[in-house]
Design a binder for this molecule. Structure first.
Ligand SMILES: [Zn+2]
Length: 342
């Protein structure tokens, strides 16, 4: 729940009053407020409480190591301010402008940075887990070691977010042994768009492995979205994921090819679909069926075993013979995309 602050004392003013003043920023004597702000903040060290600095313009203020969780910094214009190790958990920073500010090690979990602008700021080793970074813009900012796991990054301008990579989105507090990297995926459509812009950014920076991760995530989110809107395009999307991990995972093409060979082999066995040319009375084992399946898949066709003359067995063999070159083509394409990217 966002903290609520008292109203501005000025009549007909609907703004909330800024902290250490009875009125809002427009109705406060700005010069004296700025002069007294550092002293007022020092008192918060002993007695931490959420503060309201909505629309405040400040320079050279030290907010370091203060617990300002739940505070409002919306539309603040701060330059050369220090937020080193500051706790800004669940803070409201909507539309804030930060210039030359230092957020090293700041704890900003679940903070709302919607439409915030960061210019020449350092956010290294800050914790932005679960934060809202929709439409945020970074200009020449350092995000080395920043934690962005599970954040909303929709329509964010990341061109100036230096040192951003896949591991920035790693879960720093994994609940199970399986750690994972991700954005907030509550809204698959928004997550899809966010992964797409991450993919482009990683690609431009030559981070092809990371771009591949973002590309796979992008299409997974698109599939989830297609499922939600009940689109028939969901099924081809699911198939492409199973067969090739959206052409990002070559090992999946090998695994699914072996899967196809085994499934067809078992089908031929269960349907008793084959006969031997050499000895027509010879019993055909499961392994013989899998061998025939493999030879059909690779379109070799030795002719020692042949399908029985029924239309559906022939149809099944045709289907498998077609899938072989298709999977080979898919494998080459996937390898090319994966390793010759750039
Ligand atoms: Zn007012």
């Amino acid at each position: 729940m966002p903290h609520t602050f008292p109203q501005c004392e000025e009549v007909h003013c609907s703004e909330s009053a800024i902290s250490f003043s009875g009125t809002c920023w427009e109705h406060t004597s700005q010069e004296s407020y700025r002069n007294e702000l550092a002293g007022n903040l020092a008192r918060l060290k002993k007695d931490p409480a959420p503060i309201n600095l909505k629309k405040v313009e400040c320079e050279d203020i030290d907010f370091s190591h203060l617990d300002l969780s739940g505070s409002s910094f919306s539309q603040i214009r701060a330059s050369r301010c220090l937020f080193v190790g500051t706790k800004l958990k669940e803070a409201n920073l909507i539309g804030a402008h930060f210039r030359n500010c230092d957020f090293v090690g700041a704890e900003m979990m679940k903070a709302n940075f919607t439409r915030a602008h960061f210019t020449n700021c350092t956010l290294s080793h800050s914790d932005l887990q679960d934060s809202y970074l929709s439409e945020v813009s970074f200009r020449e900012c350092d995000l080395m070691g920043a934690i962005l796991f599970d954040c909303v990054l929709w329509s964010a301008d990341l061109d100036g977010a230096n040192h951003l990579k896949r591991s920035s989105f790693l879960d720093a507090r994994p609940v199970s042994r399986f750690t994972q990297c991700r954005l907030s995926e509550k809204d698959p459509y928004m997550a899809c768009e966010s992964y797409r812009s991450l993919k482009h950014r990683f690609h431009r920076n030559g981070l092809y492995e990371d771009a591949s991760w973002a590309a796979y995530k992008e299409l997974t989110m698109e599939r989830k979205h297609l499922f939600l809107i009940k689109s028939p395009r969901y099924f081809p999307s699911l198939l492409m994921d199973i067969l090739s991990g959206y052409t990002e995972k070559p090992h999946r093409v090998i695994a699914s090819s072996l899967g196809i060979v085994l499934i067809f082999g078992v089908f031929y066995y269960l349907l008793n679909a084959l006969r031997s040319v050499v000895d027509p009375g010879m019993p055909i084992s499961l392994w013989d069926n899998i061998y025939f399946s493999f030879i059909s898949f690779t379109t070799v066709g030795f002719g020692d075993l042949v399908p029985k003359v029924t239309w559906w067995v022939r149809g099944l063999v045709c289907l498998e013979a077609f899938s072989g070159p298709f999977m080979a083509g898919l494998y080459i394409f996937t390898l090319t995309r994966r390793y010759a990217a750039g």
